[in-house]
Design a protein around this ligand. Structure first.
Ligand code: ATP
Ligand code: MG
Length: 137
């Protein structure tokens, strides 16, 4: 059974949508196999998004991700990586399908409510970046 990594981003923790977003995952076949509520340091956020280092929005992205608390989660289920990407919707909420998390809760392409691993390889790296094996159930 597959695992993926998810972050509820600061716009949604500050809007009190943590419960709504977790309910969305649970109603759609994704189980929480690990979770931490935290405020990311600049160094931790930069390391997480290292693949975007040269993109023009990198500074803005790191500032946003450290601007408030985040919910870090490991989600488990059948085809968890793809399932989570479907539930999230398009990166830009203006393009996100009806009923997706980003359509429901995101404010903009930057403040887009959730992160989700885009492949099984990414999921493995991202889970290991935040969680010890012993912290997963
Ligand atoms: P995520 O990796 O957060 O799940 P994603 O895979 O849909 O989102 P990426 O292309 O990996 O999108 O971009 C990572 C994040 O960078 C996006 O979620 C978004 O918050 C931010 N981002 C992407 N494009 C822009 C942009 N043009 N302006 C501002 N922020 C952006
Ligand atoms: Mg991505």
């Amino acid at each position: 059974i597959e695992k993926t990594f998810s972050i509820i981003k600061p716009n949604s923790t500050l809007d009190n949508n943590i419960g709504n977003i977790i309910a969305h995952f649970e109603k759609n076949g994704l189980r929480i196999a690990g979770a931490k509520f935290a405020k990311l340091s600049k160094e931790k956020a930069e390391g997480f998004y290292i693949e975007h280092k040269e993109r023009p929005f990198f500074g803005e992205l790191v500032n946003f991700m450290t601007s408030g608390p985040v919910m870090l989660m490991v989600l488990e289920g059948e085809n968890a990586v793809m399932k989570n990407r479907e539930l999230m919707g398009a990166t830009n909420p203006a393009n996100a399908a009806e009923g997706t998390i980003r359509k429901l809760y995101a404010k903009s392409v930057g403040e887009n409510s959730v992160h989700g691993s885009d492949s099984a390889t990414a999921a493995e790296r991202e889970i290991a970046y935040f969680f010890e094996r012993s912290e997963l159930t």
